[in-house]
Design a protein around this ligand. Structure first.
Ligand SMILES: NC(=O)c1ccc[n+]([C@@H]2O[C@H](COP(=O)([O-])OP(=O)(O)OC[C@H]3O[C@@H](n4cnc5c(N)ncnc54)[C@H](OP(=O)(O)O)[C@@H]3O)[C@@H](O)[C@H]2O)c1
Length: 287
């Protein structure tokens, strides 16, 4: 697959860490020029530098995508919308719905639903015009199983991305535009540090975990000829299949019992903005 995206531009949100940084590396290895988006500029600069040192092209755009219209601001910094969009930036919001302030929920929806939809809306239109495009929405296995107590909007936002990607794929099929909902399970990144659940997560067995680079390699390979809903790893595939096959009520009971070990239902939100030190509200800068 080396060189498959030569001459294409790829925009990756949440590229300062974890899966986003791995997508940036994977796409660069396939020949794409990168636009790296997140709040922590030093992280993005370091990754851009590393990609350039390997002969690639990389540009940095710092933005807080939880701010209304930041997505539009990011696209406005570019000469043209990207050929490849990886919607990935995100965090988990621990706690029960009633115990978490509305402002935190509102910002969560803005980042995890609205910004994804807005970036895809802008990119998708030009992909259709060009007759070529790729959109990856990083969802989660949580979007394929029943919702459970705690982290209330997380699974719901990921379920949205699954249906959204299926519709984008159906609308884009005749125009050369492919879409994927990548649905990882537990993956070693900074995600669980950012949402304050690391200690709980460390108690889960090692076989439940994947490395970000492995998730991304499978996702990018599947983007060309795999299913729209891509589930990385044998354990996650088995979980998704099992949840689909057993009766709904049993799946709901099982999910609630299991999730009690890794989901918080107290007033647990550390902040509404995840891990980053952050750009100032609504700001978008490019380098
Ligand atoms: N790790 C897992 O177990 C797992 C499993 C399934 C799905 N996922 C999904 O994978 C995606 C990536 O998460 P990760 O696991 O790679 O976690 P991570 O290492 O914490 O990375 C999250 C990324 O999102 C960016 N981000 C967070 N809030 C942002 C904001 N307001 N504006 C712009 N960027 C923001 C962060 O950058 P800055 O802080 O620099 O802004 C960072 O680059 C998320 O959508 C997550 O839901 C993760």
């Amino acid at each position: 697959m080396a060189g498959i995206y030569e001459g294409r531009t790829a925009l990756v949100t949440g590229a300062s860490s974890g899966l986003g940084a791995a997508y940036a590396r994977g796409l660069a290895a396939r020949g794409a020029d990168l636009v790296l988006v997140a709040r922590r500029q030093e992280r993005l600069d370091a990754l851009a530098e590393a990609l350039r040192a390997r002969g690639g092209k990389a540009e940095v755009v710092t933005a807080d995508l939880a701010q209304p219209d930041a997505a539009k601001g990011v696209m406005a910094t570019l000469d043209a919308p990207p050929d490849i969009l990886v919607n990935n930036a995100g965090f988990g919001l621990p706690g029960a719905y009633a115990a978490t302030p509305w402002e935190a929920q509102r910002d969560f929806i803005q980042l995890m639903v609205t910004a994804y939809a807005q970036l895809a809306h802008i990119a998708n239109a030009s992909m259709h015009e060009r007759g070529w495009g790729r959109i990856v929405n990083v969802a989660s296995v949580a979007g394929l199983v029943p919702g459970s107590a705690g982290h209330t909007l997380y699974g719901a936002s990921k379920a949205f991305l699954v249906g959204f990607s299926q519709s984008l794929a159906a609308e884009g099929a005749a125009a050369g535009v492919r879409a994927q909902a990548c649905c990882p399970g537990f993956t070693h990144t900074e995600f669980h540090d950012a949402n304050g659940t690391r200690e709980r997560m460390n108690a889960l067995p090692g076989w439940m975990w994947m490395e970000a680079a492995d998730v991304v390699e499978g996702s990018l390979d599947a983007l060309e000829d795999g299913p729209v809903v891509y589930v990385p790893g044998g354990v996650n595939k088995a979980l998704a299949r099992f949840s689909r096959l057993i009766p709904r009520a049993a799946a709901e009971r099982l999910m609630n019992r299991q999730s009690a070990t890794f989901r918080r239902t107290d007033a647990g939100a550390p902040s509404s903005s995840g891990s980053g030190s952050g750009a100032s509200s609504g700001s978008t800068t490019t380098r």
